[in-house]
Write a protein that binds this ligand. Structure first.
Ligand code: CTP
Ligand code: MG
Length: 234
């Protein structure tokens, strides 16, 4: 079962607030999208990567990932939402892979170990596998009041914060996206990520241990935390 990957990198990075899209923001001298692509390539498991980029930055993203030469990489236009970007990447990936990883350029430090765990779980027969880390804060559900009123407090031991990469049986992921594209916008928001689209088909999603270094870079502070991981690696 060969492994293909879609690397979602078509967002603007509005919360990070650089003039270039988040995927092109440097971390330790290398663009986030290049680091994320290198991580997938260095796992030794991935045959081909399709990167979805903002339409106006295709050439810049191509140049950024060019040094990652150990796997076949194609850069294509993304879409208006992350889900549309992943769908665009899936079309460009073609149909020959048995396993597909969906990853975010915004998580540039996900490790080869993590990628190995995810792919192994799919190959062991779990068709949808995501990384999850225990949550440290108490999470309360709130209503839509102003201020909101807390209405429920799920037991924290039963909660995980979900990361990427996420790994899927390829046929299932394509079916989930076809189903997701046909649904109302409100439901699409509720689905959240690719695993959410799979769950909407009634298929169970399995959770393997995630890792702190696969943090998502949303703000400048996150970028500083990621730089600390690089210092620790050095
Ligand atoms: N993404 C994408 N296409 C979109 C929106 C997001 O491919 N239309 C990608 C981003 O490039 C990122 C990942 O999805 O790698 C996770 O999204 P997020 O962290 O929200 O990134 P941005 O949308 O770029 O950031 P912001 O929400 O702050 O604008
Ligand atoms: Mg976003």
């Amino acid at each position: 079962m060969s492994v293909g990957a879609v690397l979602a990198a078509a967002g603007s990075g509005s919360r990070l607030g650089y003039t270039v899209p988040k995927a092109l923001v440097p971390l330790g001298g290398e663009a986030l999208v290049a680091r994320a692509a290198r991580g997938l390539a260095d796992s030794g498991l991935v045959r081909r990567i399709v990167v979805t980029a903002p339409a106006a930055y295709l050439e810049q993203v191509r140049a950024a990932v060019a040094p990652v030469s150990s796997v076949d990489i194609e850069v294509v236009d993304g879409g208006a939402t992350r889900q549309a970007s992943v769908a665009s990447g899936l079309r460009a990936l073609g149909g020959s892979d048995g396993v597909i990883l969906v990853h975010d350029a915004a998580r540039p430090l996900a490790s080869a170990d993590l990628i190995g765990r995810l792919v192994a779980a799919v190959r062991a027969g779990h068709p949808a596998v995501v990384p999850g880390v225990p949550v440290v804060d108490t999470i309360r559900a709130v209503d839509d009041g102003d201020p909101p009123r807390a209405i429920a407090t799920p037991d924290r031991s039963g909660l995980r914060a979900i990361q990427t990469p996420q790994a899927f049986d390829a046929d299932l992921l394509r079916r989930a996206h076809a189903h997701g594209a046909a649904r109302a916008d409100s439901e699409a928001v509720a689905a959240g990520d690719d695993a959410g689209l799979v769950e909407a088909l009634g298929i169970a999603v399995h959770v393997v241990p995630g890792e702190a270094r696969a943090l998502k870079i949303t703000t400048r502070h996150d970028l500083s935390v990621a730089a600390l991981y690089l210092e620790e690696d050095a």
